[in-house]
Design a binder for this molecule. Structure first.
Ligand code: ZN
Ligand code: ZN
Length: 174
């Protein structure tokens, strides 16, 4: 099975890896597999290093202050990683598009997948739909795939925490 770059899989995988950075090549492999990514090669420390560099660049996209800066940073990631799209049926599970050359190590695969997946998510759902949690002290990144596009918190837990805080602040003001 392959991650569908048109869906939210790629951008969610990026958020998952950025929020909790994999410490070893083995952990990186396990978490990519758990996300549904088919691994074609053994995962190496070089893949881990490349992945950390990709995540650094991706967090700058998350923290961009406006749409134009965000677009510029995504374009840079695309230029560094994505090749022309190609049709492939290498896994025997049906024809699909790869945005990279064949037989690339995982670090390069993730680089292309995250750049293209993020670009498709932003143009498909909205340029603002990538952010950090609104709770002070929570830095968790999420891709907003909600219907309304107004998700402010990484989780229900953080939404509840902030509701309690606002309620208390309201009482203190009165
Ligand atoms: Zn494939
Ligand atoms: Zn949060």
């Amino acid at each position: 099975m392959h991650l569908n770059p048109y869906g939210e899989d790629a951008v969610n995988l990026a958020a998952d890896l950025a929020n909790r950075r994999p410490a070893t090549a083995g952990e990186l492999a396990d978490r990519c597999r758990a996300a549904g990514l088919a691994l074609e090669h053994p995962v190496t420390p070089q893949d881990l290093e490349r992945t950390h560099a990709v995540l650094e660049a991706w967090e700058r996209v998350v923290d961009a202050t406006g749409e134009h800066e965000r677009a510029e940073l995504v374009n840079r990631m695309l230029a560094e990683s994505a090749a022309h799209p190609r049709l492939t049926d290498h896994a025997g599970s049906g024809w699909h598009l790869h945005y990279r050359d064949d037989r690339q190590p995982l670090g390069s695969v993730l680089s292309a997948l995250i750049a293209v997946g993020t670009a498709l998510h932003l143009v498909g759902r909205g340029m603002h739909r990538l952010r950090r949690c609104a709770v002070t002290g929570c830095t968790t990144i999420f891709a907003d795939t909600s219907r309304t596009g107004r998700q402010r918190y990484c989780s229900q837990r953080c939404a509840n925490r902030d509701a309690v805080r606002r309620h208390r602040a309201g009482h203190a003001a009165r």
